[in-house]
Design a protein around this ligand. Structure first.
Ligand SMILES: Nc1nc2c(ncn2[C@@H]2O[C@H](COP(=O)(O)OP(=O)(O)OP(=O)(O)O)[C@@H](O)[C@H]2O)c(=O)[nH]1
Ligand SMILES: [Mg+2]
Length: 306
């Protein structure tokens, strides 16, 4: 982006033009967001951010849509980031999400953004963190980030939020898988969605017994049952989110999480830059040497002494 283009973008962003927000996020995704973020960073820091993760099909998008509706009835301006786990070329899940969020499309106080999981210069977590920051700076007060709890990076993304919701559905055997994958440990709130299912009680029992044996800090993860598709349990979920938000402030954990998130972002930005620099210095022609030696040479040529 030209310097003039950036200035205009920042001006439009400050004037509250949604297109400028969309363009700012795109700039970050393609690795050109440094100046935009530098200019707008100070405006952020007021939003409540909630991550929703869980296995495919448990109802994360339906829960997000229900939370958006709830937030709107309270007059909050809402941002939604949905991380599409599929390739950029398959938009099946996105189409479903579009239908679910359709009622909010004409609402200027709801901003919806989907992100493909590939193709971000600074990594998916970096792009999601930037998008959250920009929505926050733009004045959105409640931001939901939906990711499929499948890989490590998705777990990291959920953790970038202040409050992490892990959604599960009865009768799927998912809880055991999630326990293995370490996803359960990141939950501030568990949601048992599709709560009218005959095995909902069993899942609740499993979660409670997992909680008894798992380690957690002063905050004991809450358990909420919902039927997102019918809007049931959403008020209870909202209350749990508010209780967790209050806990974060009172315990001082909010400040700690902010610092950790900042360190995380610095690390991923710096690592991304070093990777790009190193990529330009790899000498495949000298493949005779061992890879450690070649790595040291690449770093040395950048002036980095180990
Ligand atoms: N019976 C029932 N179905 C539900 C409920 N909540 C969501 N569903 C349905 O479950 C299906 C999946 O819902 P989504 O919200 O797309 O689930 P998701 O977790 O976002 O799915 P992915 O993003 O593809 O991983 C849809 O057909 C929903 O209508 C519920 O409370 N009860
Ligand atoms: Mg979804």
């Amino acid at each position: 982006m030209t310097s003039d283009g950036t200035l205009e973008l920042i001006r439009d962003f400050r004037a509250g033009r949604p297109r400028a927000l969309a363009r700012a996020i795109t700039a970050c995704e393609s690795g050109n967001g440094a100046r935009v973020v530098a200019e707008l960073y100070a405006l952020a820091g007021n939003a409540t951010t909630v991550g929703i993760t869980g296995p495919p099909g448990v109802g994360k998008s339906t829960l997000s849509a229900a939370l958006v509706r709830k937030a709107r009835t309270l007059g909050r301006r809402v941002g939604v980031i949905s991380v599409d786990p599929s390739s950029p070329f398959s938009h099946g899940a996105l189409l479903g999400d579009r239908i679910r969020l359709a009622e909010h499309f004409t609402d200027p106080d709801v901003f919806i953004r989907s992100m493909a999981s590939r193709g971000h210069l600074g990594g998916l977590a970096g792009a999601t963190a930037d998008a959250t920051l920009l929505m926050d700076a733009f004045g959105f007060q409640f931001i939901v980030v939906e990711t499929v709890g499948a890989g490590q990076s998705e777990v990291e993304i959920a953790e970038l939020a202040q409050t992490t919701i892990v959604a599960l559905q009865p009768g799927s055997g998912d809880s055991v898988q999630l326990l293995k994958a370490g996803i359960v440990e990141i939950a501030d709130i568990f949601v048992v969605n599709k709560g009218d299912h005959p095995m909902a009680d069993q899942l609740r029992r499993e979660i409670r017994s997992m909680l008894q044996i798992s380690e957690h800090g002063a905050w004991v993860p809450e358990l909420v049952t919902t039927q997102a598709v019918h809007g049931q349990g959403i008020d209870e979920l909202w209350d749990a989110i508010e209780r967790h938000a209050a806990y974060l402030v009172e315990s001082g954990e909010l400040e700690q999480r902010k610092r950790e998130r900042f360190a995380y972002q610095v690390r991923s930005i710096a690592a991304g830059r070093i990777r790009a620099l190193v990529d330009g210095r790899i000498d495949v022609g000298s493949a005779a040497g061992d890879p450690y030696d070649a790595a040291s040479q690449a770093l040395a040529s950048l002036g980095i002494e180990e």
